[in-house]
Write a protein that binds this ligand. Structure first.
Ligand code: IVH
Length: 690
């Protein structure tokens, strides 16, 4: 288990040499990304380089000169705002609606941290502001960057606009550390929102649907003077990248923020235990209407920062915090019709076409009806008056029918047995709730939906190629298959000639497409639209196989279930047999193979860099077995992954290390038979520290 660690840059001369090397490398990637629109490494690999540079500059501040890549911001892209990568991703929060979900949250934390029953858990509970999240970076006490959340890894540079907010200090009071990143919410008070809308109406300008939209509009102004004229406010509530430890608890951290001049929410409260959180929730719920800003729930955060660190993150949300949302807003309206949408895998989804109605500030005219069973269960009929609800970003739903208002001649809804898009049979397979169109490749609806998925935000994310464009380009035969997108440059004249397009917009679209000719492996896998392969699974696959070629070849080989290739796929923690089978079936399909081959000719698919780590277990495959007494199984797994290791659920030749706690049985034996190293919990703890 010994892996030579890279010697740390000891003297200043070494540090300077390392700094020069990293700077040159980053500058090259910046050029590729910002000027050539053709990045050659994944975002994660870029972030790792940047993090190493920053760490070096924190150790040797004299290296942080004005021309260091750490100080530079990329050139402005066509959209008007330069893009900024977040040094630490800006994540979202998991939601809880019911009280028991909050109790479960505490139970999960206790289990993860292996807390004794006598130990209490302290939280900070805060109102959840309905605004837009913002990252503010200060260096040597001065505001140097402000970025929107964007997609979580990359936001827009709105520094000049944020400087105009009275709530955002441009320089920090007291002595702040060299580099801090403060996160929080930009919002508009209800009072200011109403006044702004009145002014807008008077001036004949558009009015805003709600304070959140008004705040977002204010931040995304090209001219900072316009932003300055909008009454925007800010509450600070979280930390991004910090050059020094600032506090032991979140509560202390909020106090420090106040000392430096940031407004924090005055209603934030320290609570012990889940029941105290629920009491806070009830209190804020009662106050909600009287608060002068919109909130959509409350947020609970573990107070101890060392616990936050141990708990870490899953996918896109921290384990140490949760949003407890207020119940959805409801309204009553008439159901005019039920239409059927066909998804990319052929699923038929019924959609309620409603008489437009305002639900909590948003006009709703459609709602999902899920599937045939759901319609039958609620006995929803065309012509009914229905109660609908909206919860946060969730698609509106039909809650119930107002039976007293049902027209006398109404008939139960009959779900179609054929696909409305292609006329093929729509069948319901055993054990499934959905009817699925069997038209496959001949079904135009499926083809279009697959293309929309391909260009979606988490997949290829092509600026200016939205769902509407895909539908139109598909109808007019400009795009029939994914690879056609990358051949559109040959059809530029046809695009320019289209209604609503001109030379400039067509060039912009083609440039955005060129920018995605090079793509990260996980995004590529996600874009393929394999059943059950969402973002988390796509990442697991990309991490595990590292390069497109090795993933593809392994998936082809895995068609035979008896092979090591299938077993390796199935052994990836988080990928079960059903998912493995869907992946293999997808890769086996002749048409899909043609799609892949065509894409290979057009694209450069970047390798997924392993997590930057100098740990001895980086790149190794680990299996945990038996009971771990010091840390829970999920913490052990999270720690191993953070150090760049892969965690598998079964032992095979590909396993590098087995961590066996008391009670380990067959896996330990398998390891011994295969000659795989086995260590105990104490040895694991030592590894996990570094
Ligand atoms: S903490 C890693 N605290 O809610 C978690 N978020 O649903 C960082 N939000 O994107 C977020 N009020 O825009 C936090 N007091 C609060 C918040 C808050 C509003 C927003 C924030 C975030 C979203 C997640």
């Amino acid at each position: 288990m010994s892996k030579a660690k890279k010697p740390a840059a000891t003297g200043l001369a070494d540090a300077r040499a390392e700094h020069a090397r990293l700077s040159a490398e980053i500058a090259g990637h910046d050029r590729a990304y910002y000027q050539e629109d053709a990045p050659v490494i994944s975002d994660a690999a870029y972030d790792a380089l940047k993090a190493r540079l920053l760490a070096l500059e924190l150790r040797c501040p004299e290296l942080a000169t004005a021309d260091s890549p750490s100080q530079l911001v990329g050139a402005a892209p066509a959209s008007g705002f330069a893009k900024l990568r977040h040094a630490v991703p800006m994540l979202s929060l998991d939601n809880a609606f019911a009280d028991d979900e909050v109790r479960d949250f505490e139970a999960r934390i206790r289990k993860f941290l292996k807390l004794d029953t006598a130990e209490s858990v302290a939280y900070v509970a805060e109102p959840k502001i309905d605004g837009l999240s913002m990252s503010l970076t200060y260096e040597h006490g001065r505001l140097v960057r402000a970025a929107t959340r964007g997609d979580g890894s990359e936001g827009e540079d709105v520094t000049e606009n944020l400087r105009t907010l009275k709530d955002v200090p441009v320089t920090l009071r007291k002595d702040a550390p060299d580099a801090i990143e403060v996160r929080g919410e930009v919002y508009m008070t209800k009072h200011d929102f109403l006044a702004l809308n009145a002014r807008q109406a008077e001036a004949g300008e558009k009015s805003f649907a709600n304070p959140r939209n008004a705040a977002a509009g204010g931040v995304r102004q090209i001219d900072p003077n316009v932003t300055a004229s909008r009454p925007l406010r800010f509450f600070a509530y979280a930390a991004g990248l910090m050059s020094a430890k600032l506090a032991d608890t979140h509560w202390q951290f909020l106090e420090r923020l106040n000392d430096w001049g940031f407004p924090t929410n005055p209603r934030a409260t320290r609570c012990i235990g889940a029941e105290a959180l629920l009491a806070f929730y009830a209190r804020i719920g009662d106050l909600r209407a009287s608060l002068d800003y919109d909130i959509d729930g409350v947020v609970y955060k573990i107070d101890r920062l060392d616990w936050q660190e141990r708990l870490g993150f899953v996918a896109r949300a921290p384990r140490w915090a949760i949003a407890h949302k207020f119940p959805a807003e409801r309204a009553t309206t008439r159901l005019n019709a039920i239409t059927i949408q066909v998804g990319r895998t052929g699923t038929l989804t019924p959609v309620a076409e409603l008489a437009p109605v305002n639900v909590g500030g948003v006009v709703v005219s459609r709602a999902t009806l899920h599937n045939a069973d759901e319609i039958a269960r609620k006995d929803v009929r065309v012509g009914d008056t229905v109660v609908i609800q909206r919860a946060g970003d969730v698609i509106p739903q039909i809650v119930s029918v107002v039976l007293e208002k049902r027209p006398q001649d109404s008939r139960p809804y009959v779900f179609p047995g054929i696909c409305p898009a292609c006329g093929a049979d729509a069948v319901r397979e055993a054990g499934e709730v959905a009817r699925r169109c069997v038209g496959g490749l001949i079904c135009p609806a499926q083809a279009v939906e697959r293309l929309k998925h391909f260009v979606a935000r988490d997949a290829f994310d092509i600026d200016g190629l939205g769902k509407k464009h895909i539908e139109e380009f598909w109808r007019d035969k400009l795009i029939q298959a994914p690879a056609d997108i990358f051949r559109l440059h040959a059809r530029k004249d046809a695009i320019v000639a289209r209604k609503g397009w001109d030379e400039i917009s067509a060039s912009k679209l083609l440039a955005a497409i060129e920018a995605r000719r090079s793509i990260a492996l996980d995004r590529f896998i996600l874009a393929l639209g394999i059943r059950q392969v969402g973002q988390a699974t796509a990442r697991l696959l990309a991490r595990d196989y590292g390069s497109y070629a090795s993933w593809r070849d392994a998936m082809f080989a895995a068609a035979d279930r008896e092979t090591g290739a299938y077993q390796r796929l199935d052994a990836i923690e988080g990928i079960g047999e059903a998912v493995a089978d869907d992946i293999v079936a997808f890769m086996h399909d002749r048409h899909n193979r043609d799609v892949l081959a065509a894409l290979e000719r057009e694209l450069t698919i970047a390798d997924m860099a392993p997590v930057a780590s100098t740990s001895a277990i980086a790149g190794k495959t680990i299996v945990f077995t038996g009971t771990l007494t010091g840390m829970g199984r999920s913490e052990a797994k999270a720690r191993a992954e953070a150090l760049g290791a892969k965690v598998a659920s079964s032992v095979s030749k590909a396993t590098d290390l087995v961590v066996a706690g008391p009670g380990a049985g067959s896996k330990r034996k398998a390891a011994e038979a295969l000659g795989v190293a086995v260590i105990d919990e104490d040895e694991w703890r030592k590894l996990a520290e570094g």
